[in-house]
Design a binder for this molecule. Structure first.
Ligand code: ARG
Length: 454
């Protein structure tokens, strides 16, 4: 309790403005704890029942906005305990037997983060589903593939979109892995040394749905590596969202005009009526920076803390909450926005009207006729420069012009097209339609198995 402190100090020290978000988890943990204490005959069954009833009333009050959180009660734990005293009197004093706020807050965060990580996974599946939907509807579109943002080789748009499916698949795997380390019961660690009562941690783990029990009480109350891990996975996931956002921004520019993003996800300019700004994508790109910052914050907060609990750890929560909220809203909004994207197939095709993007295929053509690749590369570079100078595409060149650079060219060189180029990329993971179809089938399976994953 923060009695005898002035307002500015109370403001500085209190966490209730943000940790009230943990009320459900805090009460759930307390109910399991008190039931365990009664089972183990550490407190009486009558006291336990009174406490559980009181906690249930408090839960209801909070849920209905009737609970008055008090700043001077510092945090969620003290607010609830103080209210319990008001409601049931002295029996409330028994709730905190064999427990410390240190293992209590560690428990609350783990319970909360377990729940949130499961949500993260479900939202990512929705986003993947949306990607599959637009991939399916735009399957036939051929687009320029880029390296260095220069046209490199023709690819299927479906192939490009499925690249994002893969990124979000790995993100999901990272969260699933992270969940294993979140899913550990810290309660029963006491302040740092463990507790001297005959508690039953196995019962607590079962009641609270944890797969593991922490093996070291100092570690359990003082580490937040699982928070950093979630934030790291979130930072990576936001990085993927941000790359997608960047492509939407580029593709919707008037220079590209590859796509149009649904009205709701863009804004007009106040002075330039022709503009349709991709604000939502830009915001996601911007918010990514904040999520990275949150990861830096928790790492820096932790880096020089001696064991065990230190009050610095109270600073873990705001950034974590911010990361979760930002990630979840970004993933949800992207899942919806992406479905409104209209691809301009003609315009995309037009962007590769000049077929210089087939240069690598021409080099491959020469290689298949016995020329070493390096030399073929050199020859086709010459050919490209010549064609560009003449303002002709490869298809417009005469066989004589081809022969001037290499006698290996024959009339079948004209059978090299965007379509044939794509069809030849038939090794596993390539852009050939059959490979993309294969990837789509596997992707759909991964999504259908969503229930097995969680
Ligand atoms: N509000 C604190 C936190 O978030 C709870 C634990 C306080 N423990 C203590 N010994 N003061 O970390």
């Amino acid at each position: 309790m923060l009695s005898g402190k002035d307002k500015s100090l109370i403001d500085y020290m209190a966490s209730i403005p943000f940790d009230q978000r943990l009320y459900r988890h805090d009460i759930r943990g307390s109910i399991a704890h008190v039931n365990m204490l009664a089972r183990q005959e550490i407190i009486s069954h009558a006291d336990a029942e009174t406490i559980v009833n009181g906690l249930t009333v408090i839960m209801n009050e909070i849920e209905h906005g009737q609970f008055q959180f008090k700043l001077e009660m510092e945090d969620i734990h003290m607010n609830i305990e103080a209210s319990l005293f008001e409601k049931i009197g002295d029996a409330a004093g028994k709730l905190h037997t064999a427990r410390s706020r240190n293992d209590q807050i560690a428990l609350d965060i783990r319970l909360f983060l377990k729940e949130q990580t499961q949500k993260t996974t479900a939202y990512l599946i929705d986003l993947q589903q949306a990607i599959l939907d637009i991939t399916e509807t735009n399957k036939a579109i051929i687009m320029p593939g880029y390296t260095h943002l220069q046209q490199a080789q023709p690819i299927l748009l479906a192939h490009h979109l499925l690249a994002y499916f893969e990124m979000f698949q790995r993100d999901k795997e990272r969260f699933a892995d992270c969940l294993k380390r979140i899913d550990v019961l810290p309660l029963g660690s006491g302040a740092l040394a463990g507790v001297s009562y005959p508690i039953n941690r196995l019962y607590l783990a079962q009641e609270l749905g944890f797969s593991k029990i922490s093996a070291n009480s100092l570690d359990a109350v003082s580490d937040r590596d699982f928070v950093a891990e979630y934030e790291a996975a979130a930072a990576l996931c936001m990085m993927h969202i941000s790359r997608l956002a960047e492509e939407l921004v580029i593709w919707s520019s008037s220079e590209f005009s590859f796509i149009e993003i649904g009205e709701a996800y863009t804004t007009g300019s106040s002075i330039m009526p022709q503009k349709k700004n991709p604000d939502v994508a830009e915001l996601a790109r911007g918010k990514t920076g904040r999520v990275y910052g949150n990861l830096m914050a928790i790492l820096t907060t932790m880096k020089a803390l001696p064991l065990a609990y230190n009050r610095d750890l109270q600073e873990d929560k705001q950034n974590l909450f911010d990361t979760i909220d930002t990630l979840h809203s970004s993933v949800n909004i992207f899942a919806r926005m992406i479905k409104t994207v209209k691809f301009n197939a003609e315009r995309i095709r037009d962007a590769i009207r000049r077929d210089y993007i087939l240069a690598t295929d021409l080099a491959d053509y020469l290689v298949k006729r016995g020329m070493p690749f390096r030399e073929a590369h050199h020859i086709v570079a010459q050919l490209s420069q010549y064609a560009i100078r003449k303002n002709k595409s490869f298809h417009d060149l005469s066989l004589k012009e081809y022969h001037d650079v290499s006698p290996l060219f024959a009339s079948d060189v004209y059978t090299i097209t965007l379509e044939s180029s794509i069809a030849t990329k038939n090794a596993i993971g390539g852009t050939a339609a059959s490979q993309v179809e294969e990837e789509l089938i596997l992707a759909r399976k991964l999504i259908e198995n969503r229930d097995n994953e969680q």
